[in-house]
Design a protein around this ligand. Structure first.
Ligand SMILES: NC(=O)c1ccc[n+]([C@@H]2O[C@H](COP(=O)([O-])OP(=O)(O)OC[C@H]3O[C@@H](n4cnc5c(N)ncnc54)[C@H](OP(=O)(O)O)[C@@H]3O)[C@@H](O)[C@H]2O)c1
Length: 420
């Protein structure tokens, strides 16, 4: 039986269920806001207490997502100041919205998991007692909705993380800790975008345009479309990424840096005939390329959007009559223009989407457990590498797929933790 201590070094494991007083966390402070490589630092903090419906998880590995690039920058929201304003005392932010680990403590009312369970965590966080949730609204639309490890503190870049019981899902047994910690946020987000907005759910034979197809969201979207019988057409910025798109199931791939496409970004004034004709020329060239790589003159029934300002005008132009542009981010900018003529005349739908509800997380998790969706783990970092991983993402210099951080797992390749 291991010794009971107040703080454990990385690589040591406490007795199952024993909670030390303190833990290591790679955290952000306001005075370090800026480039991610400088914003994170490993510090020792108190382990948080859990409430009746909460679970404390011993984190084995944590996934890297774009949201903690934003936390590190302190832009567009200072998450620490926002929480302090809401009455939370902590002057630091422990980010991390993806994790694999072992259930260490369960609150008195938790029934869906028990101490010792090997789990993955989802980041949708809401108040089950909120009037809108009680009234039956999708909890991702609840006024109480937050993203754990971004809008909440005590995310997964620490030895212990605190979650609500409904964030806990069984870990797919075949996955290593680092792979298991890498996919839920992007996977479940992509699942809701592609399967959560009827009647625009991916169906057999549907062409789907996937922006950033080798990015975190894109690798998930391409695989989900393929698994559901749709036809993914991938867009990337370099031909070196083409092979990966095909391996993920794309039928065709487009290089957005092709010089024929000169129309990215905001729309010109519609009354400026010359500028508008130039924009339309680029957009039509992109549309023609889509038909060419698809192998038929069919437009996408669903466009999987997240770059935002740079691509939304093209996405709205590209969607089929009655089709949907579904969007979850604006990485390239938030002022996206919509040519409303295309939207109403062709009766297209522009649908916002944000993470996923519990059922959607479970459905995605089953696809992963069944081997239909691979986490596409790219690079694995040590615990001291949280800032470096986010810096790569900030610079769009990260490897294709999803990055992971080893937390209490200190070597790669382990699939289980011996806590006997
Ligand atoms: N709301 C939600 O629930 C939710 C969930 C997950 C992620 N997000 C957000 O979604 C965004 C993407 O996340 P991610 O994890 O997929 O990031 P990622 O791994 O960085 O991938 C994004 C991809 O977008 C492409 N891209 C970048 N700039 C572009 C541009 N100007 N035009 C077209 N494509 C561009 C890049 O691919 P190429 O350079 O190869 O084209 C890049 O690989 C982030 O802003 C993130 O915060 C939101």
């Amino acid at each position: 039986m291991p010794e009971q201590k107040d703080l454990y070094e990385l690589g040591e494991t406490p007795p199952l269920g024993h909670v030390p007083k303190q833990m290591y966390a790679s955290l952000i402070r306001q005075e370090r806001f800026g480039q991610p490589k400088d914003a994170f630092a490993v510090e020792v903090v108190d382990v948080p207490e859990v409430g009746p419906k909460e679970v404390l998880v011993w984190v084995m590995a944590a996934g890297v997502n774009y949201n903690n690039v934003w936390s590190a920058l302190g832009y567009p929201v200072n998450v620490i100041a926002a929480r302090n304003k809401a009455g939370e005392p902590e002057d630091f932010h422990i980010g991390g919205s993806d994790a694999s680990g072992v259930v260490w403590v369960v609150g008195s009312e938790v029934q869906n998991c028990k101490v010792g369970d090997e789990v993955v965590l989802s980041c949708g966080y809401w108040d089950e007692d909120a009037p809108d949730v009680q009234a039956g609204v999708d909890p991702m639309m609840s006024a109480s909705n937050k993203i754990w490890g971004y809008e909440t503190n005590y995310g997964s870049f620490a030895q212990f993380t605190r979650v609500k019981h409904f964030q806990v899902h069984p870990k797919p047994k075949q996955l290593t800790w680092e792979a298991a910690g890498a996919y839920m946020l992007v996977g479940a987000t992509a699942y809701r975008m592609l399967c959560g907005w009827p009647p625009h759910v991916v169906q057999e034979g549907d062409p789907v345009l996937v922006w950033g197809a080798t990015g975190g969201l894109g690798v998930m979207a391409t695989q989900i479309v393929k698994a559901k019988g749709g036809v993914p057409i991938a867009v990337v910025s370099d031909e070196s990424k083409f092979e990966m798109c095909y391996q993920l199931g794309a039928k065709g791939v487009i290089n957005r840096r092709d010089p024929a496409f000169t129309h990215w970004g905001r729309l010109p004034d519609v009354d400026d005939a010359e500028a508008f004709a130039a924009w339309a020329k680029g957009a039509r060239a992109f549309g023609a390329k889509f038909w060419e790589v698809l192998g038929e003159r069919k437009s996408p029934r669903i466009v999987f959007e997240h770059p935002g300002e740079a691509t939304v005008p093209t996405s709205v132009f590209m969607a089929d009559n009655g089709g949907m542009v579904v969007i979850c981010a604006g990485t390239s900018g938030f002022n996206a223009d919509v040519d409303l003529r295309y939207l109403w005349m062709r009766q297209k739908r522009l649908q916002g989407s944000h993470f996923a509800n519990t059922e959607q997380c479970a459905a995605l998790n089953e696809m992963v457990a069944a081997g239909q969706v691979d986490p596409v783990l790219s690079q694995v970092f040590p615990f001291t590498g949280v800032g470096d991983a986010h810096q790569l993402m900030h610079d769009n210099a990260h490897p294709a797929g999803n990055m992971s951080i080893l937390v209490n797992a200190t070597t790669e390749g382990e699939t289980t933790l011996d806590v006997s």
